[in-house]
Design a protein around this ligand. Structure first.
Ligand code: SF4
Length: 315
């Protein structure tokens, strides 16, 4: 007998299903664009070295980065998604680094350029950033696109504890996230927060409290959940090789998600349940499975254990 999951129903609000419903079953793909940004904890304005878990591959000095133009990236990304995945609609996703870390007039030029291509089929703009690189002017700029596009603003929360944020050289406090969330309180922007679970000094109880913190902001519509992975070229990669510390096994992370997801507000759409680094870069944890096998394992365990999103949420 098949399971609910076999029939496409998951025990949590899944982004794929959300997109399918929203765009009437059309195949929607995110096209990643690199706007050649950096981050304030890399360029010296708030620090150097970047976040301790982040791969320094992306730390290449700007002068040394030779990127195709935004137009070329969007055109190529759309063609690839169309040819390889029969994609029909597209969300332009400014993903690498901090995509609001520039004056608003320059951001406008970049976003305008990206959105000027295939206007019939581009339905959304998605911008990944840090809470300390959001201000009123940038919010207003992003909101100016919402009459034509779905616009989501993805902010790294990573941990709710300032001690952790300091230890990972984040250069940004949890209070700065709260401030940014307050700026978009009644905004038409769709807000997503990104979290990392598994910093070795955080206990399970500490991590479960992330759910309460996400739940208390009704403006948060999406979340991306990640387990900590240790990659080559990161500060934590060096620390781990010198002195290995505990990272989640797939079974442990799944156990954790089975407790976390029931605590999460039922209306929040989960864009991702885990992260997956390039195999060549990944130091730990090595789970020995591909993306769909991991997804399927977690989904089946959630269902088997009756871990339904929101079932333990208390308003
Ligand atoms: S994690 Fe994000 S904010 Fe931190 S250094 Fe990497 S790209 Fe920059």
């Amino acid at each position: 007998m098949g399971t609910l999951i076999d029939s496409g129903i998951k025990p949590y609000r899944h982004y794929g299903a959300y997109l399918k419903e929203k765009y009437a079953g059309q195949r929607v793909f995110k096209v990643i664009v690199d706007g050649n940004f950096t981050c304030p904890n890399r360029d010296g304005s708030k620090g150097y070295g970047g976040c301790a878990y982040c791969n320094v591959d992306s730390f290449t000095p700007d002068s040394a980065r030779k990127l195709p133009t935004i137009r070329e990236q969007v055109e190529e990304g759309i063609n690839r998604a169309r040819n390889s995945y029969a994609a029909e609609k597209f969300i332009i996703y400014f993903q690498p680094n901090t995509n609001t870390y520039a004056p608003a007039h320059l951001l406008k030029q970049m976003y305008d350029e990206a959105l000027s291509i295939d206007t019939e089929n581009v339905v959304g703009l998605s911008v990944g950033t840090r809470p300390d690189c959001i201000d009123f002017e940038k919010v207003a700029l992003l909101e100016s696109y919402t009459d034509r596009y779905d616009v989501d603003l993805e902010m790294g929360m990573e941990s709710i504890y300032d001690e952790t944020l300091n230890r990972i050289n984040r250069g940004c406090s949890h209070g700065e996230l709260e401030k940014a969330l307050n700026l978009v309180q009644n905004s038409p922007l769709e807000i997503s927060v990104h979290t990392i679970f598994g910093f070795p000094w955080e206990t399970k109880e500490m991590m479960l409290r992330y759910a309460d913190e996400i739940n208390r902001f009704p403006q948060i519509k999406f979340t991306k959940l990640h387990h900590l992975h240790i990659v080559e070229g990161s500060i934590m990669g060096v620390q781990y090789k010198r002195e290995p510390f505990h990272v989640f096994s797939l079974e442990e992370y799944t156990d954790f998600l089975c407790e976390f997801i029931p605590l999460l507000r039922p209306d929040i759409v989960i864009q991702r349940l885990f992260g997956l680094a390039d195999q060549e870069l990944l130091i730990a944890p090595i789970w020995g499975k591909g993306k769909s096998a991991i997804q399927s394992y977690i989904d089946k365990e959630l269902e088997r254990r009756g871990a339904i999103q929101g079932s333990k949420y208390q308003a």
